[in-house]
Ligand binder design. Structure first.
Ligand code: FBP
Length: 337
C-alpha cells in the first residue's frame, strides 16, 4: 500500500476526533519548519552553517550557528499561525509570548531546535525535539511558570532526525508513528505506523567515559551488563553511543535498547545533563506510546513535577524490562539492600 502523507494522517486523526484543527495545524507548521532545518543541515559547509555562532545560551553552552538558525526558523514559523499562546526553547533564557500583532491560540510549544550539537560539524545525525502542552485556561500572556506541567500533560510530542534520511517521529497519545521526508514531493510520508519497542534487549547506550563519576547503583548496573552471560544478567550486551539523543532514541524505537544519561558527580549540582521539558519528557512520551518505559532511575519520567524551564534530570528510557532492571538497581541501593 502506498504510504500516506503526514497531512492525510493528521486529517484522518481529526476526523476520528483524536485531535482538533489547531493541533493539526501546529504539527504541520512544526514539520514544515523541520523541512527547512533539514535543508540547512544538508548543505553543511556549502551553506556556511557549520561552526560556532560566537554566542552562548542560558545553559552556559557555546551556541553553534545551526542552533541559532534552527531556533529562528522554528520561532518564525510558529509565531503567526494563531494556534500558540507561547513558545520555549533550549536556546532562549525565558519563554517567548506570541507578539500581540498575531492571533493567539491555546497551545504551548517547547523545543530543542538542534539536538546533538557536538555532532553538527562532523556530519553525524542531529535532530529537533518538540513537546506540546495546553496553555492554562484564562492565560493569554503565558510566563515560564505556565509551561511547568508534568510530562503526562503533553498532548503531542515528536522529534525530527536529520540523518541519511530525514524522519519525523510523532505521538498524539495514540501510538508512535514514523514519517520519512520524500524530498521530491517535499512531504513527510508515513513509513512506520505503531512502532513497538521490544520489552527485552541486549543493547545499551551510555557515555562510558563518565563511568568513574557515576553513583554506586549505576556502577553496579553497568558492571553487571559488562559481565555478559557469565555474569548475573546471564546474557551478553552490546553497546552503542552516538551522542545525539535523537539518533540513539531512534535506534531504540526501531530495534529496542536502553538509553541512559545518569546522574554523575560532574552534573550532580545541575540535577543531570539532559533537559526535562524539551528532551526527556517528549522522548519519554514517544517511548511509552511505543510500549517502552522512561524513568529518572527512581521515578516515572512523565510524573516528574517540573520546577524550572531548563531543569535537568537523569534519564533511563527504552525497552521496558531493561529500564525496570536499571530502576531496580537504584531503588534497592537506596533501600540499603
Ligand atoms: P544538545 O546537543 O541539545 O545540547 O543535547 C545534549 C546532547 O548532545 C544529547 O543529544 C546527547 O545524548 C548528549 O548531549 C551527549 O552527551 P555527551 O557529550 O556527554 O556524550
Amino acid at each position: 500500500m502506498k504510504p500516506i502523507s503526514l497531512t492525510r494522517f493528521l486529517i484522518e486523526e481529526q476526523h476520528r476526533g483524536h485531535i482538533n484543527a489547531d493541533l493539526r495545524l501546529l504539527i504541520e507548521v512544526v514539520a514544515r519548519a523541520c523541512k527547512s532545518i533539514s535543508t540547512a543541515v544538508g548543505k553543511g559547509a556549502l551553506g556556511g552553517v557549520l561552526g560556532e555562532a560566537g554566542t552562548g545560551n542560558i545553559q552556559g553552552e557555546a551556541q553553534k550557528k545551526l542552533d541559532v538558525l534552527s531556533n529562528e526558523i522554528l520561532l518564525e514559523a510558529n509565531e503567526w499561525g494563531g494556534h500558540l499562546a507561547g513558545l520555549a526553547s533550549e536556546e532562549m533564557d525565558h519563554s517567548h509570548p506570541i507578539p500581540n500583532a498575531y492571533p493567539k491560540g491555546n497551545y504551548l510549544l517547547l523545543f530543542d531546535p538542534l539536538d546533538g550539537s557536538s555532532n553538527i560539524d562532523v556530519n553525524i545525525s542531529v535532530g529537533t525535539i518538540f513537546s506540546v502542552l495546553h496553555c492554562p485556561d484564562g492565560i493569554t500572556e503565558p510566563g515560564d511558570e505556565h509551561f511547568l506541567q508534568p510530562g503526562t500533560a503533553q498532548v503531542c510530542a515528536g522529534y525530527t532526525t536529520y540523518g541519511p534520511s530525514t524522519m519525523l517521529v510523532l505521538t498524539i497519545g495514540r501510538g508512535t508513528h514514523a514519517f520519512t521526508l520524500d524530498r521530491e514531493q517535499g512531504s513527510f510520508m508515513l513509513t512506520q505506523r505503531d512502532l513497538r519497542i521490544p520489552e527485552e534487549t541486549k543493547e545499551f547506550a551510555v557515555n562510558m567515559s563518565n563511568q568513574r563519576f557515576w553513583e554506586a547503583p549505576m556502577q553496579a548496573y553497568v558492571g553487571d551488563l559488562l559481565q555478559g552471560k557469565e555474569g548475573p544478567r546471564g546474557k551478553d550486551f552490546n553497546m552503542r553511543w552516538v551522542a545525539s539523543m535523537v539518533a540513539d532514541v531512534h535506534r531504540i524505537l526501531t530495534r529496542g535498547g536502553i538509553f541512559s544519561y545518569p546522574l554523575d558527580a560532574k552534573c550532580r549540582d545541575k540535577g543531570g545533563k539532559l533537559r526535562l521539558m524539551y528532551e526527556a519528557n517528549p522522548m519519554s512520551f514517544l517511548v511509552e506510546q511505543a510500549g517502552g518505559a522512561a524513568s529518572t532511575g527512581r521515578q516515572r519520567m512523565l510524573e516528574v513535577q517540573p520546577s524550572g524551564l531548563h531543569q535537568r534530570v537523569p534519564v533511563f528510557l527504552g525497552s521496558k524490562r531493561e529500564v525496570e532492571a536499571a530502576v531496580r538497581y537504584h531503588l534497592e541501593h537506596d533501600a540499603g539492600k
